[in-house]
Ligand binder design. Structure first.
Ligand code: GLN
Length: 490
């Protein structure tokens, strides 16, 4: 069986109609991972025992002729920032290299309850801090389209696993773009839902007010199916919203005639590669052909998004990461005589350069005397950025932009220049600061054969419209995207 084009629907149907047992499907995926992942590096840990147990349970259900759950037998991958009981959870950090979480994250628990089979935990930038996966404490991930290039980050392993057909779908976290940016670089679909739509319980915190949980898939329909099983109020996460979960699938495939699509001029300025611009403009033309009204708009505070993000994110990170002290979790530096030396040595040896840089930046921004100048000011600008979206959404139904200013860059290209690396998220961080949903969908291919992504933002909790627009773009652009694995024909 060719696993590359396998979608959520196809995998589930194969198990449902007994063309293949869930166990045989798991076997096939592990064989592929063993053959191909050494060159990609998408996985940090495989959880075979757990996967085969779940597969056997689903096969038993199928044998009895019982109704199968919505993701029955679908092999998925989980970014290693989500806790998994009995399975190592590292957050891509050496400081958690030996950490076995005592409980499952809510999304892990919900996806398994829906029948998904978890193949393993995927590589990522340490504590989700990065745009290229080169900050992993273990090893980098290579872009399946060109092994000399990055897959994006921080959820690089989750994006690459789907792009390379080493998982049907996967889960990532997005604090400033970490689902959408790697989705664009790897040529898959990645959705960051509204803040509060999906529980963060069991997500190892980077910046709690910006952290979002969402799916990767090969198709818009697949991410809709995944979201359906993940979304909804969770009493374990006080910020999860008590908002009814719509039937997302019903909206995928609905016409977009009459929808107003905003195109913000701030996302098409300096720094945008011409090939990316052309592909995104083509996608916009297709939306017009499909009956949308294209409306030029402005999100005037966009230029302040990156500095605002890096103040808020580092401030929250400096507080969240204080817990890794060698006492409560993970690795402890040995042979320290005093407690304070043990803390210092544990953090010094366990945390990587980028994480230390951010803890220092955040601690500085929060310190007495600087709080008003940096943190408070950033919070004020954050409110202005959210207002930009509110005002835009009073006149349009969705907003379309590029996901990234460039295609996937080369490994090592930006590692010496953190500021250049931070700019990889210039079009994605705004949605995290405001909390609105955003998706990246493949919309083209560069001359060098690299994927290009288009981003669609929606109103709060209006994932249905985001998915609807995304689906139209996906089908209109299918002829020009060049996935590693051929997508099923629309
Ligand atoms: N690249 C951004 C950062 O380094 C965003 C990361 C993320 O979304 N987790 O912070």
């Amino acid at each position: 069986m060719n696993l590359d084009p396998l979608t959520v629907d196809a995998a589930r149907t194969a198990v449902l109609e007994k063309q293949m047992t869930a166990s045989a499907l798991v076997d096939a995926f592990y064989q592929k991972i063993e053959a191909e992942d050494p060159a990609i590096g998408a996985y940090l840990t495989l959880c075979k025992e757990r996967a085969y147990l779940q597969a056997a349970y689903l096969d038993a259900l199928a044998d009895k002729g019982d109704a199968l759950p919505p993701l029955a037998g679908v092999p998925i991958a989980i970014k290693d920032v989500f806790t998994t009981e009995h399975v190592r959870t590292t957050a891509g950090s050496r400081i958690l290299a030996n950490f076995i979480a005592p409980y499952d994250a809510t999304v892990v628990q919900r996806l398994e309850a829906a029948g998904a089979v978890i193949l393993g935990k995927t590589n990522c930038d340490e504590f989700a801090m990065g745009s290229s996966n080169e900050n992993s404490g273990f090893h980098p991930v290579h872009n399946p389209h060109d092994h000399a290039r990055v897959p994006g980050g921080s959820s690089g392993g989750s994006a690459a696993a789907v792009a390379a057909g080493m998982a049907v779908a996967s889960i990532g976290s997005d604090t400033g773009g970490s689902i959408r940016q790697p989705a664009a670089f790897c040529g898959v679909v990645g959705l960051k839902p509204t803040y509060g739509r999906v529980s963060r319980y069991g997500l190892i915190a980077f910046a709690s007010s910006l952290d979002h949980v969402g799916p990767f898939g090969k198709t818009v329909k697949d991410v809709a199916l995944m979201l359906q099983c993940m979304a909804g109020r969770d009493p374990q996460d006080a910020t999860s919203a008590d908002v009814p979960v719509p039937n997302y699938l019903e909206h995928v495939g609905q016409p977009v005639t009459g929808l107003k699509i905003g195109v913000p001029k701030e996302y098409f300025g300096e720094g945008l590669e011409s090939e990316v611009r052309a592909a995104v403009e083509d996608a916009i033309k297709e939306l017009a052909t499909a009956g949308c009204e294209i409306v030029p708009i402005s999100l005037p505070h966009t230029e302040y998004a990156i500095p605002t993000y890096y103040v808020v994110a580092t401030a929250e990170a400096s507080s969240n990461l204080a817990r890794y002290d060698g006492v409560r979790y993970g690795v402890r530096a040995s042979e320290s005589k005093a407690l304070s030396a043990m803390y210092r040595r544990t953090r010094d040896s366990g945390l990587g350069t980028e994480v230390k840089r951010r803890i220092m930046l955040g601690t500085y921004a929060l310190s007495a005397g600087y709080y008003d100048a940096y943190y408070l000011k950033a919070q004020r600008v954050r409110a202005l950025l959210a207002r930009d979206f509110d005002q835009a959404f009073s006149i349009v139904d969705a907003i379309v932009t590029p996901t990234t200013p460039t295609v996937a860059f080369k490994l090592g290209e930006k590692t010496d220049d953190p500021l250049a690396m931070y700019l990889a998220d210039i079009y994605t961080v705004t949605a995290n600061l405001a909390g609105v949903p955003g998706i990246s969908v493949p919309c083209g291919t560069s001359r060098e054969g690299l994927p290009i992504g288009v981003q669609i933002f929606g109103k709060y909790f209006d994932e249905p419209t985001v998915l609807r627009v995304a689906h139209v773009v996906e089908h209109a652009m299918a002829a020009v995207v060049n996935p590693i694995s051929a997508l099923p024909k629309p």
